[in-house]
Design a protein around this ligand. Structure first.
Ligand SMILES: C[S@@+](CC[C@H](N)C(=O)[O-])C[C@H]1O[C@@H](n2cnc3c(N)ncnc32)[C@H](O)[C@@H]1O
Length: 248
């Protein structure tokens, strides 16, 4: 999501941090992406409501965590992110909202977790795994490994939902998706280039890289190959989708 080659090295960021200043993220992401809140709200609505032990991958500043904790009073979240500055921001926000007893932030690369089947630091299995705007930074081989690791970490009846940009199906579709983002920025009184002025340049870090988008159909196939019995797409808007599924 960040591809401005004119920025200086001082603006280098981890893939997924998006903005040079963490404090710009919450407003900036809503200006950069059409329907960010709607997308996350659909994801939240796909989680069943009771006694949820939830794993979140790439929690960022905690916006998705906050929505889940507000919606489900019994939800407890283990939230993973490799960026100390994003985790610190999320921790402060969750604490200010009074949810710290139901939220644990862990600094870790989720690619590391996917690659290490013996990792056992998080206790029992989870009822749900959620992620937004993070997994698209992995190479496809790692996406599949991660989906398999998530599958193994879910209780029977558990679900995984991912909100992420997807690779355009063709050049024509790419142009259409790009125009939608330009229109979104203009509808708020600025150009996409103006919104991107506060976006940094991401360089590969750990298992993540600047965008490594895969098509929605390729990722649904990966989910099936990883052992998800039900695979679904509850939301799609131009180049963004919420997709995932359930295990038996
Ligand atoms: C664009 S932010 C999205 C944050 C939040 N999920 C949201 O929707 O607002 C992506 C987050 O994923 C994290 N991230 C990216 N790759 C990661 C990895 N391999 N391991 C852990 N965190 C990662 C980044 O540090 C960043 O905080």
């Amino acid at each position: 999501m960040n591809s401005d080659s004119t920025v200086s090295p001082a603006r280098e960021i981890f893939p997924g941090e998006v903005f040079v200043n963490t404090a710009d993220f919450d407003s900036g992401i809503r200006r950069l992406l059409p329907k960010y809140d709607e997308m996350l709200d659909v994801l939240v609505g796909c989680i069943a409501s009771s006694n949820q032990r939830i794993l979140e991958l790439g929690c960022g500043t905690g916006e998705l965590s906050l929505k889940v904790l507000e919606c489900y009073p019994y939800a407890e979240i283990v939230a993973v992110d490799y960026s100390p500055r994003m985790l610190d921001f999320a921790r402060a926000k969750i604490g200010a909202a009074g949810y710290e007893s139901r939220w644990t932030g862990i600094e870790l690369d989720f690619g590391e977790w996917a690659n290490n089947p013996n990792f056992s630091g998080w206790g029992d299995k989870f009822n749900a795994c959620i992620s937004s705007l993070a997994i698209h930074h992995l190479e496809d081989e790692m996406k599949l490994k991660l989906f398999q690791r998530i599958r193994e970490s879910l209780n029977a009846g558990g679900c995984f939902w991912n909100a992420d940009p997807v690779l355009s199906e063709s050049t024509a579709m790419k142009d259409i998706y790009q125009a939608a983002r330009e229109d979104w920025a203009l509808s708020q009184g600025e150009t996409l280039a103006q919104v991107r002025a506060s976006v940094g340049t991401s360089v590969s870090y750990g298992y993540s890289n600047p965008d490594r988008l895969a098509t929605l159909s390729a990722q649904l196939e990966m989910l099936q190959n990883a052992g998800f019995e039900t695979v679904a797409v509850p939301w799609k808007y131009y180049g963004m989708a919420v997709f995932g599924g359930f295990v038996n």
